[in-house]
Design a protein around this ligand. Structure first.
Ligand code: PGA
Ligand code: ZN
Length: 399
């Protein structure tokens, strides 16, 4: 049984406070995990409370339902206790940040008791052979870097890589090559919240640079490296005017779908996330009909890791993939339910970090445990490489 649950405020990668949980079991198992935090958060996500409030509320309501009551290794029971303690359907009482930190820390404590790696505890003994393709954020703007591109993320997609390690290094090579290309053009570039370059270039120039860099690296490494996007279109959408704004350029919802469909063909995009705003299931479905046979169309703000929203997407054939962020829904059980519903219906799962991260590596294990075909967790920067390096270790069976 769980002996204690400790909660504290620690720093995330943006320098903001976030919640860290320590779970200790009576048999001496220990797990520690921290909640990430988004900047371009979806409207329908579970609620993140200010960490101090989330910690106080979880100490009052959740900890007494866990300590001496639940086995850390029984993830369903841990997560049910968190839901019961909260009593709402969006974790607005104890905070999704407290909930997800406790949920992940309990999973690690459960794995520790078993002496098994986390991915195996979560996924079972036959997991660990299928590795996700890492989507590497290499250029970005939007809510993650002001004065950079309107599209939030330009991603390297090393889908021809023979191993996860080669894929991870290919993404890093693309990031490095883009740095050189920006330098050659005399474009100064800082980095955004996720470590991607955040140059002051137009979206069209960014496409040109990223395509050149992925081509160069593909030639070097000898396998295909494609381009992907997270448009994060909800952040561009002006609901009052009913238009998407790319600076001075406006696009109606119909024009937005045309624009994305054209980009898929022009740049052979292997992946497009949130091409339209979070309420536009019909636009998402239209795009799926048009280009869903040749690209991954992934719902992040559209689905928010929520099985009800995902079921609506399945019914309306909106998208063919779901982004899975445990903190969007609050527990690992809910996140796994979303992956399983997606997989049963032929959608691909993309396990993902947030723009605000910590050194926590749970999502690397979650991706392997669920057999997710993709993981999106950045390219460079310690809080990103923590997950990527863990994937390399898991592939080597060295965790
Ligand atoms: P967020 O961005 O963590 O700021 O929400 C990541 C994403 O949109 O995928
Ligand atoms: Zn996104």
């Amino acid at each position: 049984l769980i002996r204690s649950v400790g909660l504290r405020r620690i720093l995330d990668s943006r320098g903001n406070p976030t919640v860290e949980a320590d779970v200790l079991t009576e048999s001496g198992g220990f797990g520690r995990a921290a909640a990430p935090s988004g900047a371009s958060t979806g409207e329908y996500e579970a609620i993140e409370l200010p960490p101090g409030e989330a910690i106080a509320s979880a100490r009052e309501h959740a900890v007494p339902r866990l300590v001496g009551e639940v086995h850390a290794g029984n993830q369903r029971e841990v997560d049910a206790a968190l839901h019961a303690a909260d009593g709402t359907d969006d974790f607005s009482n104890i905070g999704a940040n407290s909930a997800v930190a406790i949920s992940m820390a309990a999973a690690k404590a459960g794995a520790d008791v078993l002496g098994a790696p986390l991915y195996q505890h979560l996924g079972g003994t036959f997991r660990g052979d299928n590795f996700p393709i890492p989507l590497g954020n290499v250029v970005g703007g939007g809510e993650h870097a002001k004065e950079a591109t309107h599209i939030q993320e330009f991603l390297a997609v090393p889908h021809g890589a023979p191993s996860v390690s080669e894929a991870v290094f290919a993404n890093a090579a693309v990031h490095d090559r883009i740095g050189e290309l920006l330098d050659e053009r005399g474009v100064p570039a800082g980095k955004g919240d996720e470590g991607a370059w955040a140059p002051t270039v137009t979206d069209a120039e960014a496409f040109e640079i990223v395509a050149a860099a992925t081509d160069d690296v593909a030639e070097d490494v000898g396998f295909d490296v494609a381009v992907g996007l997270d448009v994060a279109a909800s952040e561009l959408y002006d609901a009052d005017a009913g238009v998407y704004r790319y600076g001075d350029v406006e696009r109606t919802p119909t024009e937005q779908v045309d624009y994305i469909a054209d980009l898929v063909d022009e740049y052979d995009l292997a992946y497009v996330e949130d091409p339209v705003e979070e309420d536009d299931f019909a636009g998402f479905a239209d795009l799926t009909t048009r280009v869903g046979d040749r690209t991954v169309l992934c719902g992040d703000d559209l689905f928010v890791t929520n099985v009800e929203r995902l079921q609506r997407g399945i019914d309306e054939e909106a998208g063919n993939a779901i982004l899975v962020k445990p903190n969007q829904i609050g527990t690992l059980s809910d996140a796994v339910d979303a992956v399983e519903l997606a997989t049963r219906n032929g959608l691909e799962a993309v396990v993902s970090h947030r723009s605000g991260e910590t050194e926590d590596t749970t999502i690397a294990h979650l991706a392997v445990a669920t057999g997710a075909p993709f993981i999106k967790t950045g390219t460079v920067g310690g809080e990103r490489t923590a997950k990527l390096n863990e994937l390399i270790r898991i592939a080597e069976d060295a965790v």
